[in-house]
Each structure stands twice: as C-alpha cells, then as structure tokens.
Write a protein that binds this ligand. Sequence first.
Ligand code: CAA
Length: 405
Amino acid sequence: MSAPGSAPIGIDSIAISVPRGYVELAELAAARGVPPDKYEKGLLVTRMAIAAADDDPVTLAANAARRALATSARRADEIGYCVVGTETAVDHSKPVASYLHGLLGLPPRCRVFEAKHACFGATAGLLGATEWLASGAGRGRAALVVATDIARYELGSAGEPTQGAGAVAMVIAERPRLVELEVGHSGSYARDVHDFWRPLHRKEALVDGKFSVQCYLDALAGAYAAWRETVPAGAPLARSLYHVPYGKMAVKAHRQRRILDGLDEAAADATFAGEVGASLRFSMEIGNIYTGSLYLALASLLDAEGGALEGRRIGMFSYGSGCGAEFFAGRVVPGAGAVAAGMKLGAPLAEGARRKLSIPEYEAIRRAEEALAPGAPGVAALAENGSVRFRGVDAAERRQYLAVP
Ligand code: CAA
C-alpha cells in the first residue's frame, strides 16, 4: 500500500466479451435496399454483434469481467470498488454491478454501483475509480470497471446499421501493467440536449441522428479545449481513441481534433490511418457497444500496437448523449506489449468463436425479444464452458443466471 498520490494508477488488465452471433452489414444493406457502400464506406461499418435470448448486459459484463480478472495481476478478493457503466440497465433499481458482485464472488467490503450517462457511464466509473485509488481510500485494493450494452434502434431505421452488443471490463490498480492514466487532468464538457434518448418504457433508442453527430463534435471541441487548458504540457499524443458509434464518426472526430491542433483538413485526414486506424479493428467486427466503445478502441489498439506504443502517450475522448464528455490521456507502460499479447484480447472475435446470422435469423431474434414480457417463462440457457448465461425471470420477476465455472 502506498501513500495517496505516490503510485501510478491505471489499467492493469482489459478484456472484451461479445454475443456469439453477428450480422454482415453488406447483407443488411441488401435486405434494406441500401447501396452496400453507404454502410461500408459512408458509415465505415462491417459487422454488428447481435445479442441472443440468453445474452443480456449482465452476462456480457460477467463474461468480460471473468477474463479481465483471470488476466490481471490482482485477484477478485482484492476488488474494493465495482462499477458498471450501462445505457441498457436490466432493472430500474437493482444495478448490473450487484449481479456482477454475486456472479464473480467479490468481497462484501466493496463499493458496488451502476453509472448511467448514455455512452459516458463507464468513463464516469473509470474516473471515479482512479480518484478513489488516488485518494488512498483503496488501501492497496483494486477497482473493477465494466462497460456493457446492447445497442438497439428500430428495424429499418437510419440507426439500425449502427447497432452492436458487447462489454469491456478493466481492472484499475496502482502500478498498472498496461496504461497509466493522468489522474486529475481531464477536460469536461456538458450541455442539456436531446440528441439520443430512450424513455424508460422503450427498448429501442430514439435519436436525432444528424444533430447527435453535431453534438458529439461540439462536445469534443469543448472537452479538448478544456483538457488543453488544464493539462500540463506533455509529450504529443501518439494515438487518439474516440467513442465509436460507427467508424466514420471517428474519422470526423479526429479531423476536428487535428484541425484544432492547427492542421488543415487534408493534413488532419492524412494522420487518421496512423493515429486512429488500429483502434477501430474490434469495433468494425462488433458495432456500437455504447459505453464500452471507447474501451473497445483501447483494447483494439493494445492488441495491435501495444509493444510499439510502450512509453508513448495516448488521448481518449468519451462522449455520452444528453450530453456529457471528457478528454483525458494516459501512457502505455513499458512491458505492456507482452502483457497485452498474453491477454489474447481478440480471442472472442476469432474464427469459429462466433456465427454469422442471416437477416431473417436476426429479425426473428428481435421479434422474440419484443414478445418476452417480464414474468414470461425463462429462456433455455446453453451451458457453455466458462460462461455466464441469462436463464429468464422467475415468478417474482427476479432475473436468473447460469454461471458455468
Ligand atoms: N456510398 C458511399 N457513401 C455514402 C453513400 C454511398 N452510396 N450513401 C451515403 N453515403 C454517406 C453519406 O455521404 C454520409 O457520409 P458523411 O457523413 O461523410 O457525409 C454517410 O454515408 C451517412 O449517410 P447520411 O448522411 O445519409 O446519413 P443517414 O441518414 O444514414 O444517418 C446517422 C447516419 C445519422 C449516423 C444514423 O446512422 C444514425 O442516426 N445513427 C445513430 C446515432 C449515432 O450514432 N450518432 C453518433 C453521434 S451520438 C453518439 O455517438 C452516441 C451514441 O453512441 C449513439
């Protein structure tokens, strides 16, 4: 245990989880009568993960957290802070984090809660966790931060190709092995807008699409300006990670950020492939996972370039509709390349780990979800080695899970 403020704080391990089904966006384009280039080049999306009846935000979170703990230098009984960021909570009262606490066997002396602010929730949780550690309240323990979501828009809507599902879990600790975060140095931005919202009774989000893009860019300008004013001068950012609802949004974001740095548009765009490209690989396979999307970009970057980036500084931009945003930075720790390689961050996306769904299969899943009212008979959970599955709800509407060791 160190005195407050004396040890570096950051990300010790990171892991992702995804449902086992996905849709090819080229097939969705054909089914919707849209030119495939609109999705593949206009939006820069390739595939989107689709949650099945026995996946939910709890199972996705638990499966990612199990992996993050298995590959962390810290044990489950050392976790003293467990926060889940989600836009797709399963209950108005009981947090996903409580289910996680039980499924993972975390200690009773633990601060457990859920953080909601659209796609920003996990960032609020992460920044809170770093400040908890920096204050000394952790007393040598570690924090578990999990982002989990199932992004749903109406079938046939403009938002449909920007769906996805998945979770990212991170163990946050002193002397982290992956990324040291610059605790206490971040730029915030907030504004009351209706760019994307989901009333309590709705499963699908409502969105003012074009306005949401503008709100995102305004928030980036505001948070980045605030970050530059408050952060001490440091090394240039070798890479930039963004909230990625779809790949093209990251292109627009990076262009704006580099123009704010003084580049013209062409020069700004010329930096995109090198400074952002590697961070989009996972999201091109998964789609938007709302609050986990920035951290999916981080996992993708560490998987592709962890070794090359050791000692280098990376910038991170988190955006939550409604809206709130934060820009902050961290440094890839020496040795992180080998640590990240050992974590096999892309394993859940490997050939054979997932199955392509036809468009009729995807639509049938969505129709079944609509029919699954609370109190309906439980869905059959597939017992699969090492995974947690949703089994349905019991007569008192309590959610039931099957956790295979
Ligand atoms: N070939 C190549 N490109 C094509 C094309 C074709 N045949 N047809 C269209 N395009 C291009 C367009 O030129 C456009 O490119 P630019 O943005 O570079 O101009 C792009 O494809 C999108 O086409 P449209 O402008 O016609 O837009 P759309 O009606 O399809 O809507 C959208 C796009 C607003 C992003 C919509 O998908 C949407 O509402 N998505 C959900 C909301 C969202 O993700 N917002 C992002 C900011 S908010 C946020 O980040 C929080 C969050 O996670 C939701």
